[in-house]
Write a protein of this length. Sequence first.
Length: 201
Amino acid sequence: MKNERVIFWFRRDLRLDDNAGLHAALTSGFPVIPLFIFDQTILSALENRTDRRVDFIFQALQNLNQQLVKYGSQMLIRYGNPVEVHIELARELAWLRSKGVLIVGSGNMVNNLRVVAWDKMAVDDFAYEWNKEASLKIKEYILSGDYAKLIEFEKQGKAFELAIPTPEHFLPLIYTFALADKNDKISLFNDKAVAGSLTMT
């Protein structure tokens, strides 16, 4: 489908070479939109507005963009809360739904690889207590349409902190509900925990 795109979010590895995530995006067969977000929470906490670390990142982005231009691409740079930025990007795709395009968000509700119980991989629906707590709340928020709580997942307590240690596996859910229509019927499937610290819902 000619309208398909892949958004690659540059976070720490501001390089083209030896970047496994970028390689996966580039070999997907779809055009790639490179994205970097200046996190307002981090920047507003800096005492010095001219912090050298910010200048270093800016210089690295300039160099990276020069390389991308050679490949016919260009860095998309946004400023704000990363989750809210992704919601904005998702809503920019809303017109595709009116064209009959199926938009799929593929990720995990709970994804903490640091504490996977490898010895419990074969145990059906095995989950740590914090996984059960976070999963139950996330499903409750999804089914009730309480998306504000999902957007502020970092404020939902210890269970969420363990369930979503980094947001990249959770963000597809954010894209999905940002594109949801009030008349959409919501249902859950494949509602299983895996190895204690994963869910495939």
